[in-house]
Design a protein around this ligand. Structure first.
Ligand code: SF4
Ligand code: SF4
Length: 290
């Protein structure tokens, strides 16, 4: 561990002080951060508009949520400039959202926090973090640390799946997706699910069967995965939100790795480089379109 308990206390204290200043000066209208949860051991998102209440802010390993998902909501945008506490994966998601014109960089003030990983025990995706020091911020809390980078362990299960025969793989995923109850918690928790009306909610025509059954579940989960190719930041918010414990991270990391191997691209490292599947240049090979 590079960040000591004393460092964490310092980070939290400075976050509280700066958040107070930002609200008092009117530079931001609301601070989105983490506060104590109602259940022991949990942190919850907090939305602070009163400068007298910034002592609610906390930051520690319980702060697992990717708060950037709130920035796309009209209710938040209507409040004015937003201050947001962002660890690396939140900051990467912010970059993707800016790139996709969900809001402008100047509409938000990023209180970046250096993070060594969240969860207890530390979550798997944190062991392969490429943004322990957030790639974008207005002010950084904590001393910059080196990014851990991809760890073979994170890909071990994916390699195991890759070694399966087609029918074994099919059976594996049918069994997992069969448990899906179509609650859409994964979609709601995901910063990258930005459509105001999701394809799965459309019934004229109906693209994805709405009831939770084998065919529709497979269709829904794969449609969502493909919409996230080159955009997913691997924060694991979707898997964490899933009440049926479906290992969505295996789908996400498979696609994250494929995009990296094929295009040397990792989503959200800056707000300028468009994802490979969202760009097209004249003269590109199109032989595959027949
Ligand atoms: S798909 Fe899951 S891991 Fe990827 S950005 Fe969305 S919530 Fe995060
Ligand atoms: S959160 Fe889980 S159960 Fe709910 S729709 Fe997503 S995959 Fe299905």
């Amino acid at each position: 561990m590079v960040i000591s308990e004393a460092d964490t206390t310092k980070i939290v204290n400075s976050l509280r002080v700066r958040a107070k200043e930002l609200l008092e000066s009117g530079e931001v209208k609301v601070i989105i951060g983490y506060g104590e949860g109602y259940t022991k051991g949990k942190a919850v998102p907090v939305f602070i508009t009163d400068p007298g209440k910034t002592d609610q802010l906390i930051f520690d390993a319980r702060c697992v949520n990717n708060l950037s998902m709130y920035l796309k909501h009209a209710e938040i945008k209507a409040m004015g400039k937003v201050g947001i506490v962002a660890k690396g994966c939140d900051a990467r998601a912010i970059n993707v959202l800016i790139l996709e014109s969900q809001f402008k960089r100047e509409d938000i003030f990023i209180l970046g926090v250096v993070c060594e990983g969240v969860g207890d025990p530390i979550e798997e995706q944190c062991k392969s973090c490429v943004a322990n020091t957030p790639p974008v911020y207005d002010e950084l809390f904590g001393e910059p640390i080196e990014n851990q980078g991809w760890n073979d362990e994170t890909f071990a299960k994916i390699e195991e799946l890759e070694s399966m025969t087609q029918s074994e793989l099919w059976n594996f995923w049918v069994k997992e997706f069969d448990r899906c109850i179509k609650c859409y918690a994964c979609r709601e928790a995901c910063p990258m699910c930005t459509c105001t009306r999701c394809i799965t909610d459309k019934n004229q025509p109906q693209w994805v069967p709405t009831s939770p059954h084998s065919d529709g579940n497979y269709h829904w989960n794969l449609t969502r995965a493909f919409h996230l190719v080159g955009r997913c930041v691997g924060c694991n918010s979707c898997e964490r939100a899933c009440p049926m414990d479906i290992p969505l991270s295996l789908v996400n990391w498979k696609l994250i790795k494929a995009v990296h191997d094929e295009y040397e691209f990792i989503a959200g490292m800056d707000a300028e480089t468009a994802p490979p599947l969202a760009t097209y240049t004249e003269g590109e090979e199109t032989d595959f379109i027949k």
